[in-house]
Design a protein around this ligand. Structure first.
Ligand code: HEM
Length: 488
């Protein structure tokens, strides 16, 4: 590993060189804090960038300019500003920036999440939306979930809810994307959760190579090395899944998205290249995009319920009224569970699991609210800040699901004060599925069981510290003690 003085020395040399070559045309950029030479504002950002950017934006306004190394970033922190970027100028900001980690983890950004805006992205987005996210497949998870719950009910001991929920969503995601259950050892001896979370962390770490492009090849932080090792793990796993599909191909049964993509590689019907790398990038994307987001959302909802016994009681009461105590909650019950819906919205407001969305990228120069937004700026829409904007929310720090009573505010991207799934062209294509899975898991966990914190811990003592990644999780696993409460 290189010494830190060498790293700083290299950064300074590269910075001075490019400053000498650079031109500095002045246009009216959005306001922002005073940066320092070379680093820009990198030094102002700590472990939880969404929280730091929220704090800084409170001083500088809802459209803020910061520079990380040489790369301009625009931070968007109010509903009105978010509407400008995600609706009024949606097309201009529909790009995704080049990204070192994504480059290795998605076969040169051939996936949907980090794919460059253009015909390939449009095609794959349509393909995924049609193939994967249609509702018949959603209901097929149901039986599997019920089985898991019955098993957990028998244990009646302290349960690591974070781990349970995560392995549940992993299995559901595998079934959804690969129509098959894969076991942890199929990916790596560390298992899916660890491997996928490492990918999320590596993709979110500030990589000097992204901010000082000349430094990328030097890999001063050793990140590229780690990412490359991880990409080998993913590649081996995806090859295995493809081989399984090819082997099982002729045995009938319903086709899944992997089969569909494999047939596209042979049909040559697309105007762009579509080969095995594309299949692997997209299948991994679906797995990664669905696993941690849903697991972490469920974790935050359960944490808030454990922290707020009054709200937990009300959710259980609603379930008793709508479902009763002599059968399990079913997907068809969800639309009648209005209070649960408010709890989900309120949790998303305070804990959006992708608080900065995925980075957007300006495809051309643009003027927003009189400010110049340069081409190739990265845009962070800070939904963590938007959910706490006092001009949009009364008592923003308070967990109060009743605020949605009689309110038309929805979370599907039409109301810019609540954007857990983003909005516009790049908004989450898995929203429908994600919401059903989340509501179903929470409803069944709370309907089947009473939950208590372990060791007589008081609700107010539950630690809610966040750990930043592309998906923000709880820093500490959520542990609770279930008691089965159904009558059968
Ligand atoms: C509770 C669950 C989920 C949450 C909170 C969530 C949230 C998000 C967010 C915030 C984005 C970025 C939007 C933007 O950059 O503007 C996103 C993108 C995406 N999500 Fe989800 N998501 C969830 C579940 C899913 C599921 C189940 C799938 C697929 C099976 C999925 C697939 C994707 C994909 C492919 C993208 C990238 C879209 C693009 O760039 O065109 N998500 N999601």
């Amino acid at each position: 590993m290189l010494s830190s003085s060498f790293i700083w020395y290299t950064i300074i040399v590269v910075a001075v060189l490019s400053f000498l070559h650079g031109s500095t045309k002045k246009k009216k950029l959005p306001p922002g804090p005073r940066g320092v030479p070379i680093l820009g504002h990198l030094h102002m950002i700590g472990k939880n960038p969404h929280q730091d950017l929220h704090r800084i934006a409170q001083k500088h306004g809802p459209i803020m300019y910061v520079q990380f190394g040489f790369v301009p970033h625009i931070v968007v922190s109010s509903p009105q500003a978010a509407e400008q970027f995600l609706k009024t100028y949606d097309l201009v900001f529909a790009g995704r920036p080049p990204h070192q980690a994504a480059k290795y983890l998605s076969w040169d950004q051939r996936n949907l999440s980090f794919g460059t805006y253009g015909p390939y992205w449009r095609y794959t987005r349509k393909l995924c939306t049609l193939e994967l996210l249609s509702s018949p497949k959603i209901s097929s998870f149901h039986a599997f979930l019920v089985e898991w719950l019955k098993h957990a009910g028998l244990e009646r001991i302290s349960v690591d809810l974070s781990a349970k929920v995560s392995s549940l969503t992993t299995e559901m995601s595998c079934m959804m994307v690969f129509s098959k259950k894969y076991e942890d050892k199929d990916i790596d001896e560390r298992g899916f959760k660890v491997v996928i979370q490492e990918a999320m962390k590596l993709a979110a770490i500030r990589n000097l190579g992204d901010y000082f492009p000349f430094l990328g090849v030097l890999d001063l932080q050793g990140l590229t090395k780690r990412v490359k090792a991880l990409s080998k793990v993913f590649d081996d796993f995806c090859e295995k899944v493809i081989d399984d599909h090819v082997r099982d191909g002729d045995q009938g049964g319903t086709k899944d998205i992997v089969d569909t993509m494999l047939s596209i590689t042979q049909s040559r019907e697309t105007e762009f290249q579509f080969d095995r790398r594309h299949v692997k990038a997209i299948m991994l994307d679906m797995l990664v995009a669905s696993m941690d987001t849903t697991a972490s959302t469920v974790e935050w909802i359960l944490s808030e319920l454990l922290k707020n016994p009054r709200v937990m009681g009300k959710v259980q009461k609603e379930l008793e009224l709508v479902v009763g105590l002599d059968r399990m909650v079913e997907e068809s019950d969800l639309e009648s569970l209005e209070y649960l819906d408010m709890v989900v919205k309120e949790t998303f407001r305070l804990h959006p699991v992708a608080p900065l969305l995925l980075p957007h990228y300006s495809l051309e120069d643009c003027t927003v609210d009189g400010y110049h937004i340069p081409k190739h700026a990265r845009i962070f829409v800070n939904t963590f800040a938007i959910g706490r904007d006092p001009s949009a929310w009364t008592d923003p720090e308070k967990f109060n699901p009743e605020r949605f009573n009689g309110s038309s505010i929805d979370l599907r991207g039409q109301h810019f004060q609540l954007l857990p799934f983003g909005s516009g062209r790049r908004g989450c294509p898995g929203m429908q599925l994600g919401l059903i899975v989340v509501r179903l898991i929470v409803a069944q966990l709370v309907h089947c069981f009473d939950w208590k914190l372990p060791n007589n811990m008081l609700p107010s003592e539950l630690d809610m510290t966040e750990e930043f990644g592309l998906v923000v999780t709880r820093a500490e696993h959520l542990i609770a003690v279930p008691t089965y409460r159904l009558q059968k």
